[in-house]
Design a protein around this ligand. Sequence first.
Ligand SMILES: NC(=O)c1ccc[n+]([C@@H]2O[C@H](COP(=O)([O-])OP(=O)(O)OC[C@H]3O[C@@H](n4cnc5c(N)ncnc54)[C@H](O)[C@@H]3O)[C@@H](O)[C@H]2O)c1
Length: 355
Amino acid sequence: MRVIVTGGAGFIGSNLIRLLLQQSDICILNIDKLIFQGCYHTIREFDTFPQSRYSFSQTDICEYALLNHLFNDFKPDAVLHLAAESHVDRSIDDPESFIQTNIFGTYNLLKISRNYWKRLDENGKKAFRFHHISTDEVFGSLEKNDRPFRESTPYAPNSPYSASKASADHLVRAWHHTYGLPVTLSNCSNNYGPCQYPDKLIPLMITKAINGEPLPVYGDGLNIRDWLYVEDHACALLEILKHGRIGESYNVGGNCEKSNIEVVNMICNLLDELMPDSPNKPHKNLVTFVRDRPGHDQRYAMDTEKIRNEIGWTPKYNFSGGLRNTVTWYMKNLDWCNAVKYKQYDGKRLGLQQL
Ligand SMILES: NC(=O)c1ccc[n+]([C@@H]2O[C@H](COP(=O)([O-])OP(=O)(O)OC[C@H]3O[C@@H](n4cnc5c(N)ncnc54)[C@H](O)[C@@H]3O)[C@@H](O)[C@H]2O)c1
C-alpha cells in the first residue's frame, strides 16, 4: 500500500509515520511545509529507511500544481490528511493562515484526490481512501454534567481554529456525498507524547518546570480535556484506514478527562520524583494562574463507543503511564525542544498553553 501523509513532520504525523514504518509495510510520501523552524530534527530518523519505503517533500498543501505532480508521481492508494495550523492561540491572534491551510488546503487536496481517483481502474477506485484527521473541538464546549460528544453531535466550533477544522470536515463529507470520493473522518481529543511542539500545554509545562520558570495556567485551571497518548491515536488511524466504513466519521479519545491543573500537578509530581536533586522542587510552587484565553471552551469529552464496537480499537496507555513516558522523553530531548520553533509567530502569546 502507498500512502501520502500530509503534515508528517508534525507531532501526530511523525508519530504516525514511525508506527507505519515499524508496524506495517506501507510505503509513505510525507508532504509537509515545515512551518516550524528546525522541525527537520523530528523526521530525520526516517531517512534511514530506503526511499522505496519513505520519502519526503517540503510542499505547501495549498500549492495545486506541485501537489498534483506529487500525486501523479507517487500514485497513492490512500491519503492521511493531518497537515494543519493547529494552535488555538495563534488562530485567535492571526486567523488568516488557518483559513488558508485548514480550509483552502483541504479543498486543494480533495480536488486533486478526486481527479486522481477518477482516473484509477475499478479496483483502484474501490481500494482508494481519503482519511481526514480532525478534532473534538469542532463540537464546541460541554458543561460539567453534559454527555460526551458523539459522532452525531451537531458542530458548534468556538475558535477560529475549530471553525476552520469544522469547515474542512464539511468539505470532506461533501466530496463523498456529491462526488463519491471514498472518505473517512476521525475527530480526536487532546493528544500528548513525544515530539509535541513545546508551545502546547504538556511540553510547555514540562520544559518550563525543568528550567525553574513560572508555569502559566489559564483562568482557574479547571477547564477539562480528554487526553490520549499519541501512539494510541496513531494505532487508531491505522485501524480506521484498514477497517473504517466509507463516508463515516469516528470519535477517538482516551476516556480520560482531566482538568488542566490536575495535569500540571501530575507533571510537577513526576518531575519531583525523576529529578530528586532539582533546586526547583517542589515544582508545584512554580504554578501561576494567568488571564484566561478569550472564549475558552470549558470541557471536551468523547464517546468512543462507535470505534470500539465497529473497529475494535481501544487505547493501550493509561494517563499516568503515558505521562511518565512523555516527561522522561522531554527530559532526555531538551535539545530538540530548543531546536524547534514556530517560524511565523510573533510571540505575543507565546508562553501560554494551547489546549
Ligand atoms: N494535537 C492534538 O491534540 C490534536 C487533536 C485532534 C486533532 N488534531 C489534528 O491532527 C492534525 C495534526 O496535529 P498536530 O498536533 O500534529 O499538529 P502540528 O502543528 O504538530 O503538525 C502540523 C503539521 O502540518 C504542517 N503544515 C502546516 N501547514 C501546512 C501546509 N500549508 N502545507 C503542508 N504542511 C503544513 C506543519 O509543518 C506541521 O508539521 C491536525 O490536523 C490537528 O487539527 C490534533
